[in-house]
Design a protein around this ligand. Sequence first.
Ligand SMILES: C[S@@+](CC[C@H](N)C(=O)[O-])C[C@H]1O[C@@H](n2cnc3c(N)ncnc32)[C@H](O)[C@@H]1O
Length: 338
Amino acid sequence: MNATMLLEKEKHYPVMLNQILSIISPQHGGTFIDCTFGGGGYSQEILKFPLTNVLAIDRDKITKRYASSLKKKFPERFNFYEDKFSNLNNIVEKKLKPRAIIFDLGLSSFQLSDEERGFSFESKNFLNMEMGINECSAYETVNTLDKEYLATIIKVLGDERDGKKIANKIDKYRKKKPIKSSQELSSIINSAKKNYNNYKKNPATKTFQAIRIFVNKELTELIKGLIQAAKILSDGGILIVVSFHSLEDRIVKNFFNLYSNEPKNPSRYLPTSERKNNIFKLFSKKPYMPDLNEVKQNARSRSAKLRYAIRNDNVFFSPDEFKNKFSNYLKLENNILW
Ligand SMILES: C[S@@+](CC[C@H](N)C(=O)[O-])C[C@H]1O[C@@H](n2cnc3c(N)ncnc32)[C@H](O)[C@@H]1O
């Protein structure tokens, strides 16, 4: 099934919607930025409250189709931009003062099930894995990247200890003929894994995650997106991030810890001094998770982690400390040798 058919047919469950609505209280009105519009699950619910405005962004051109039907319904209160959220500062006017900026990371269920995108192991279509507005595809990544570089991507971005072995197998195969489909790629990866049948998940899961993250520069996008959002929000504005794997969550957690009122190494003997990087109030160090009912209804939600914090009026300062913490990811995704 292709993406257009899926948009119409698939039942869509916006992840942790109730928690998000209770955090942002749209009944009081205001402007909300939905950085990852997808099937429009959050935007649509927010717009049900008459005093709200929504500015939505998505890099995937297929989402424009759903956005235009929402635009017809709410011509004055809804705007959509086909763009990457790392570009937030160029999309949002300085005077906008949004009440909340929301990120719901990763792929939508439409993208995952769209065979033409090549995100699934069984897809016989072109090895693509692009969310939209990309510089390279998975095809170019697996067929042209230096073997050692590919091994590092698989190891670091997929947390896959067999990165080297898998990259070797890929290299051997592509010397004979190019790897054209996801199905071909997953069978090469599986041949590199020992005890293939003992795995609960498909043994290619971690490598697929790594390649997808690389192709879409997902960690760079997240790092830049968070920085842009912190600059745009003003006093009382809420930043909410829903993430789906540990690399993303580590970045979000670090960002909030670094820029919030939570001291890094709290000691009861030290006075709580004002830290220069206190620009957010964080309510919980632990992430919020979906409840059992939601997980039963929508299996994709099981790995979701929601973190949020409220901006104060302190001035945003250089994000170097945050960027430096994750410089390895930035270099790796942007093909800068380390
Ligand atoms: C999990 S889905 C969002 C689902 C949405 N909350 C809903 O309820 O329908 C993630 C969406 O974010 C988009 N996306 C991911 N990274 C992006 C980025 N860097 N810039 C813009 N959109 C992005 C994807 O194309 C996808 O449509």
